[in-house]
Write a protein that binds this ligand. Structure first.
Ligand code: SF4
Length: 443
């Protein structure tokens, strides 16, 4: 195992929440291209909307998200107005009136939105898009600012699934990551959400944090299971202080080494499997009745910028600063800078500043990589590019190391290979060597 860790776990590989990875985005895709892409979306499409709320009440030192702590809450109010204006502009640009099947509020902390602001954003979405009663509305929440009136507002607007950031329940680890959050607070939030009728609760955990041990991870996983979470995600901390400057506040001497990270990851998995959860891909666990477990079983699991998802939409539109959309023609990202994002929207422009258009070869590889990341298996005969050749490399090495098995045209990821799913997917990534150092480590 140590040999495998040294060989694969230290490798920097994309998380494959998109293909091509975001490192391939460029400014050749801007407002004009995006306008063309939107115009090509007709009535027959189905839409998913992602709304980015880039505000938090306090900065966690491990954070890898695009967010900021506003010194004045009027900034949040002004952002909401811009978001509403962008929503109207984007909806206007669509070629038809496709049905919205999924809405996701991410961040940052969408729970920073006051109840009336959240209601106003939802009213704008309903006014400009065809949001049916069947659409799933999901929201990421920070238990520390989830007040009872905010829970009531979520329920009133039809939010049916929420994700709460927990990370680790130990006070010692919480102090080292600047996120003090007693387990009792999380419990009160979960109880309050369920009492309000929001039954589907996801909890997010992490391993690889400063001061964290296997015992911490196991206790946190047990606590998440005891709270009855429908889904639990367990993400590895990605330490990239050159990219996320606030991570410099983390004491690197307290970070677990690669061997310890691997043990923590495996301990979380063993704990959650023992508690009856089903493993989904790289880092998710779900109860057997949860739609994600059902989607995995039936081959309908998908992967997008939020990670694993059951969202069936044919186009994902990103709204808000830094938000990324995945359209049939390619990926498009909004301006991340809050001032420039607002200026673009107030000037009546679509605020897209970068992205990538999919080439035929990208589409083949995207399908292969998403299939591998979701199903952990692949029919290699389908893995042919326009050239008629299989776009893979180094599969023999992976097979020799016991990470995959190949039987005829069928590639299957072994139990030993599951932790290295990203390394296996990288064998089909034409860009991998180009941007390798800009990604996080595999484990
Ligand atoms: S609450 Fe979430 S988004 Fe906000 S700083 Fe902490 S980890 Fe980042």
């Amino acid at each position: 195992m140590t040999e495998l860790l040294a060989k694969y776990a230290e490798a920097t590989v994309p998380r494959y929440t998109s293909y091509p990875p975001a490192t391939q985005f460029h400014d050749g895709v801007g407002a004009e291209t995006y306008a063309d892409w939107l115009a090509a979306i007709g009535d027959d499409a189905t839409l998913s909307l992602y709304l980015h709320i880039p505000f938090c009440s306090q900065l966690c030192w491990y954070c890898g998200c695009h967010t900021t702590v506003p010194n004045d809450l009027t900034r949040v109010g002004r952002y909401v107005e811009t978001l509403q204006a962008e929503t109207a502009r984007v909806a206007d640009g669509l070629g038809g009136a496709p049905q919205v099947v999924h809405i996701h509020f991410g961040g940052g902390s969408p729970s920073m939105l006051a109840p009336d602001a959240f209601a106003a954003v939802m009213a704008t979405l309903r006014a400009h898009f065809a949001v049916g009663g069947e659409a799933e509305i999901a929201c990421e929440l920070d238990p520390r600012n989830l007040t009872p009136d905010r829970i009531a507002a979520l329920a009133a607007q039809g939010v049916g699934r929420v994700s709460l950031g927990v990370q680790d329940i130990s006070a010692e680890v919480q102090a080292l990551i600047n996120r003090r959050q007693p387990l009792d607070l999380v419990r009160r939030c979960v109880d309050g959400l369920r009492a309000a009728g929001i039954a589907a609760v996801n909890l997010d955990l992490m391993y690889g944090l400063p001061g964290q041990t296997v015992e911490h991870v196991v206790r946190s996983a047990e606590a998440a299971a005891a709270l009855g979470a429908d889904r639990i995600a367990v993400f590895g901390y990605a330490h990239v202080p050159w990219f996320k400057r606030h991570q410099q506040a983390i004491d690197e001497r307290r970070l677990p080494d690669m061997g310890a990270r691997f043990e923590q990851m495996m301990a979380a998995e063993a704990t959650l499997l023992a508690a009856g959860y089903i493993k989904i891909g790289l880092d998710h666990f779900a109860k057997a009745h949860d739609p994600m477990a059902v989607a995995k079983e039936s081959g309908r699991l998908r992967r997008n910028f939020q990670g694993y998802t059951v969202d069936p939409a044919t186009a994902l539109l990103g709204l808000g600063a830094s938000a990324i959309g995945a359209l049939p023609q390619g990926y498009a990202q909004n301006e991340p800078h809050l001032g420039r994002y607002r200026d673009a929207v107030e000037a009546g422009r679509l605020p897209v500043v970068r992205g990538v258009a999919l080439k035929p070869d990208d589409r083949v590889r995207r399908h292969i990589i998403e299939t591998l990341m979701c199903q952990e298996a692949l029919d290699l005969d389908q893995a042919e590019g326009a050239s008629g050749e299989r776009p893979d490399r180094d599969l023999e090495t992976l097979a020799a190391d016991g990470l995959i098995e190949i039987d005829g045209s069928r590639l299957t990821v072994t139990t030993k290979g599951q932790p290295y799913l990203r390394n296996i997917a990288a064998c089909f990534d034409a860009y991998h060597s180009d941007g390798a150092t800009r990604h996080s480590r595999a484990v």
